[in-house]
Design a protein around this ligand. Structure first.
Ligand code: MD6
Ligand code: FE
Length: 209
């Protein structure tokens, strides 16, 4: 992984590396994602209240984030196929080491696909066993407006995330509220069939002992 440059943001603990991935790395990463989707296809989860998400999801790694009538949780198998999730693409683990690093590598990678007006409401990532470990996010394809604000609520800030941008919720921002307001459809040609892919790497499970 070549040196990547971090920029300061107004939210303490929210870290942003604009254009962290060059065009070739982005294309290779899309290929790595597509190659794994046969084994772990996209599906549309439901909220605990029974409403379908507008975003389609899959996961890579030992654990995957799922949502259904039973609530939010991590589990080792795909809810529709019953199979283990595909492995996390190695380039993402290298990116983790080059950015947030730390004592544990991620054991979960949520894959979000935004097409046809899909967006994601303000939420906190708090289903992980260790809320001290950072969450790292990679954006690919169409640009999107990301919104972030304090954990306890209050004023939020919007910023544009473009293909190849990497950001992280760390330290005081780990439980920040955040979401995707809008995707600029057609702003990128990276993803076959169009849209935006977001990959979020997490330390989800208990540390092995
Ligand atoms: C998205 N991202 O960019 C949604 N979560 O499509 C997230 O929910 C997210 O960007 C944790 C940390 C960074 C993120
Ligand atoms: Fe999130």
């Amino acid at each position: 992984m070549s040196a990547i440059l971090e920029v300061k943001t107004t939210v303490e603990g929210f870290r942003l590396w604009p254009a962290a991935l060059d065009a070739q790395t982005q294309a290779d990463l899309v290929d790595a994602v597509l190659a794994r989707l046969g084994e772990g296809p996209f599906y549309r989860p439901q909220t605990p209240g029974g409403r379908p998400f507008s975003v389609k999801m899959s996961n890579f790694g030992p654990l995957g984030w799922v949502s259904d009538r039973g609530g939010y949780r991590y589990q080792a198998t795909h809810p529709q196929t019953g199979r283990a999730w595909p492995d996390i693409p190695p380039v993402l683990l290298a990116l983790w080491d080059a950015t947030v690093g730390g004592p544990r590598r991620p054991d979960a990678c949520l894959v979000n696909l935004y097409r046809q007006g899909a967006k994601m409401g303000l939420h906190q990532d708090k289903d992980e066993a260790d809320l001290g470990a950072p969450v790292l996010s990679v954006s690919l394809g169409d640009a999107a407006m990301f919104r972030i604000g304090p954990a306890q609520g209050g004023r939020t800030t919007g910023l544009k995330l473009e293909s190849g941008d990497v950001c992280a919720l760390t330290g005081p921002a780990r439980l920040a509220r955040h979401g995707i307001d809008r995707v600029m459809e057609g702003s990128s040609r990276l993803i076959p069939g169009g849209g935006r892919l977001n990959l979020t790497l997490r330390v989800a499970g208990l540390s092995p002992r």
